[in-house]
Design a protein around this ligand. Structure first.
Ligand code: NAP
Length: 239
């Protein structure tokens, strides 16, 4: 009997860590739905992986337009997805923004706070809600929320990027709530470390490949009974 090809959706996958996660999952044979809010950037990224895949035998790559900050875009994306598949095995909520790395908690503008939470926190929850019916068709459904060590409460805040860090603390709350609501799922948060991307900047300590590794492990290979936890480098870290 041939094993069914697994299917993944990665949001914010036109560049950075998300693109690398899409590539690694395609390398593992997943049919990857490459999510992006910008059609041109998303199509170009999907085409790049398809070209690579001709030589390296990647799984199928399908571009899916999805802006995680907009409910109607998420709804449209779920409808578009349903025309191509009725099952999803892995959702990687990777899309994220960092708008306030030069602000402190006493001066951060409410609009900045709202936009950040809408994208990084509510976006991940709404995408999970919209795609849960497809995930329920999987024998081993997984949701991976790409969080950040900046959201950890364990050692206290250091004052950097308050809206971003609070959005990731709250995203970890979303992970914990979804894990409780979906006992057959593996739902986890992961910190990729400090990664050289447009967000992380050129001085970050990790390559995109290194940043993607722990995410891909949770998305594809981690034990299915690991759920409701926060990981970095395949190890549980404090909330
Ligand atoms: P990046 O290079 O800036 O990429 C972010 C991606 O998210 C882009 O594809 C971007 O699309 C997309 N995005 C932003 N808002 C979106 C929206 N409303 N709808 C759909 N897509 C949206 O950043 P990255 O470093 O790869 O970050 C990926 C994830 O890792 C984020 O969740 C980030 O918080 C997390 N992270 C990164 C680091 C780091 O050091 N880099 C550390 C810890 C956690 P556009 O191209 O259209 O803007």
């Amino acid at each position: 009997m041939t094993k069914e090809k697994r299917i993944a959706l990665v949001t914010g996958a036109n560049k950075g860590i998300g693109f690398e996660v899409a590539r690694d999952l395609a390398r593992k044979g997943f049919h990857v739905f490459l999510g992006a809010r910008d059609t041109e950037a998303g199509e170009a990224a999907a085409e790049k992986l398809r070209k690579e895949g001709e030589k390296e035998d990647y799984g199928e790559i399908t571009f899916l337009k999805i802006d995680v900050s907009k409910s109607d875009s998420i709804r449209n994306a779920a409808e578009e997805f349903s025309r191509k598949s009725d099952r999803l095995d892995t959702l990687v909520n990777n899309a994220g923004i960092l708008l306030d790395d030069d602000k402190d908690v006493l001066t951060v503008a409410p609009e900045t706070f709202e936009t950040t939470l809408r994208t990084n926190t509510l976006g991940a929850l709404l995408v999970a809600q919209a795609f849960v019916l497809f995930l329920k068709k999987s024998g081993a459904p997984r949701i991976v929320n790409v969080s950040s060590g900046g959201g950890q409460l364990a050692d206290g805040a250091d004052g950097w990027a308050p809206a971003y860090c609070i959005s990731k603390t709250a995203l970890n709350g979303v992970t914990s709530q979804l894990a409780a609501a979906l006992p057959k799922f593996a739902v986890n948060s992961v910190c990729p470390g400090w990664v050289r991307t447009d967000m992380g900047g050129p001085n970050a300590s990790r390559s995109v490949g290194e940043g993607a590794t722990g995410i891909v492990w949770l998305a594809a290979d981690a034990p299915q009974n690991e759920t409701g936890k926060f990981f970095r480098d395949r190890k549980v870290i404090p909330w």
